[in-house]
Design a protein around this ligand. Structure first.
Ligand SMILES: [Zn+2]
Length: 54
């Protein structure tokens, strides 16, 4: 099983963890295109996604 952490490139916080492969846009929609930690409005290019095996 894999999980994907979506990381805010502004503050480095993990703002969303995907348990299944979804598009980054779906992940952003869940957070209103904002980082809930630092409040930055972000677009998909501003995020990095790191995959880790559980
Ligand atoms: Zn942030």
């Amino acid at each position: 099983m894999m999980s994907l952490d979506v990381v805010c490139s502004k503050c480095g916080s993990v703002i969303y963890t995907m348990r299944m492969l979804k598009s980054i846009k779906d992940a952003l929609r869940a957070t209103n295109n904002r980082c809930p930690v630092c409040g930055a409005a972000l677009n998909p290019a501003d995020f990095s996604v790191t995959a880790s095996k559980l």
